[in-house]
Design a protein around this ligand. Structure first.
Ligand code: SIN
Length: 303
């Protein structure tokens, strides 16, 4: 449907809906639930140089209007992703996919970026410098504009494919970090990753999550995400991908008005694996309700 189309860093999407990394596996796991080709694209599970078993359990805690996770970037490592996961995906998905990558040093990010960018099906790289659940990489890289710039520069050097840097909300000045990434050649910014949170079990009087803290996501974080998308979109010239608590077609429109070119859906997939399909189906009638002809017309409309 023409009116849902958007262009993300030079690649046309049939619609702006992108399941967020960590909530959609490597995509093929959802292919029995609905035809995943109806998505704009999706961002696959954060991939690192070496395989990772992830954090000790419990890794999840329910909250009012959200969930805390501390998965710890569990993934089979870049070699297996290329040799096993992407071939399985290509059997059921005929669009470009977003490759989410993680690392523990600037060199590791560059290594994984170079390897994964060589895969034909990869359209964009989403560089996660915002995972709150690992030490020595992740959020530590994204909390400092200089480190964020260094990772961006290193990844930029190894690929011509669009590079989108995924930022953490757990910082005081998100705009300076986004601008540092833009200055080093990022093609886009995605935000927000999860907010650092915790729950305590009243019976044991101990944190529920084995790692004590984890990343909070879900509908409760939507206003925070929207505010940060608005702030970043007001201050950079590159496209912004908005995410954080999006669970309805109305949220997608709000995110786009705040400046998002495309919108990721995360925790909602954990509640209803068909959430993204449902949002795409509902978008046209919600657009009609608010007098929106084409989604691309409203990007940044509230700025
Ligand atoms: C995780 O694997 O811990 C979640 C990924 C993230 O929050 O970046």
């Amino acid at each position: 449907m023409e009116r849902l189309k958007v262009n993300l860093c030079g690649i046309e999407l049939d619609n702006p809906i992108i399941p967020a990394s960590g909530t959609f596996g490597f995509g093929y796991e959802f292919a029995d639930i609905y035809d995943i080709n109806k998505l704009g694209t999706f961002s696959f599970k954060g991939t690192t140089k070496d395989p990772r078993f992830g954090n000790p359990t419990p890794r999840a805690a329910e909250c009012t209007a959200g969930i805390i996770n501390s998965v710890g970037l569990q993934n089979p490592g870049v070699d297996k992703v290329i040799a096993e996961e992407l071939p399985k995906l290509s059997k059921v998905f005929n669009k470009k996919v977003m490759a989410n990558i993680g690392g523990f040093s600037v060199e590791e990010y560059a290594y994984v970026a170079e390897r994964i960018a060589e895969c034909e099906q990869v359209g964009w790289l989403e560089v996660n410098i915002s995972c709150p659940n690992v030490h020595g990489g992740g959020m530590a890289m994204g909390a400092d504009p200089n480190m964020a710039a260094a990772v961006t520069k290193a990844v930029r050097k190894v690929t011509d494919k669009p590079v989108i840097i995924k930022l953490s909300p757990n910082v005081t000045d998100i705009v300076s970090i986004a601008k540092a990434c833009e200055a080093e050649g990022a093609d886009g910014i995605s935000l927000i990753n999860t907010l650092l949170g915790m729950r305590i079990n009243l019976k044991t009087r101990k944190p529920i999550i084995a790692n004590k803290m984890g990343g909070f996501s879900g509908p409760a974080v939507f206003p925070v995400a929207l505010r940060m998308v608005y702030q970043v979109a007001s201050n950079v010239k590159i496209p912004v991908v908005g995410l954080g608590g999006v669970s309805r077609a109305e949220d997608v429109i709000e995110m786009m008005l705040a400046g998002a070119t495309a919108v990721q859906v995360g925790a909602a997939n954990l509640i209803d694996p068909a959430a993204c399909s449902d949002i795409i189906d509902k978008l046209p009638s919600v657009m009609d309700k608010y007098g929106i002809n084409k989604l691309s017309d409203i990007i940044g409309g509230a700025l």
